[in-house]
Design a protein. Sequence first.
Length: 195
Amino acid sequence: MAYTPVELRHVRVARSLFGYNKAAVEQLLDEVADSFENVWRERGMLDEKLDTMEKQLAELRQREALLTQTLMAAERAATEVREQAKRQAEVILAEAHQEARLVTRGAQGEKDRLVAERKRVETLLRSALGMIEEANVTPSASAADAAPTADSTDTTAESVTAGSARPADTGWRDDTREFQRPNLFVTGEPEARAG
């Protein structure tokens, strides 16, 4: 039978003729009751402490579970963000390559157009220069044939020996292959212009 400290204090032991000393037994019971009371009190405090610790443990386990879930969610989110960033980077890179191809094609087309335009302009310029040279050579030759004097013969010889020098009014420049627009409305005789 289990006793509480209070019950131990009120226990009455049966007496006999040659029984235990009453004072000694009561003192022993009081000491046992005091010890038991201390143990009982400590047990109560330990029970309360255990309850508190179990509650704290439950809270910590809940926090741990929550942290684990949060960590897993964060890892999933980070993985998704990485994959999305990778997909976006691939899309941007593909668009950049496409744009670069378009720009390259456009630049190549523009280059081809400019080369063709340059050839066309060169052809036109050569044709124009040929016409100008013919126009300058033809009047000089007809004038020399019409009046072959000693002075004009010397002048013609000097112009021939000077190389293929061209009149200044044509604006011919050998160093750059550029020319100035000739003055086609110059008045006067062909000999005066050729001289």
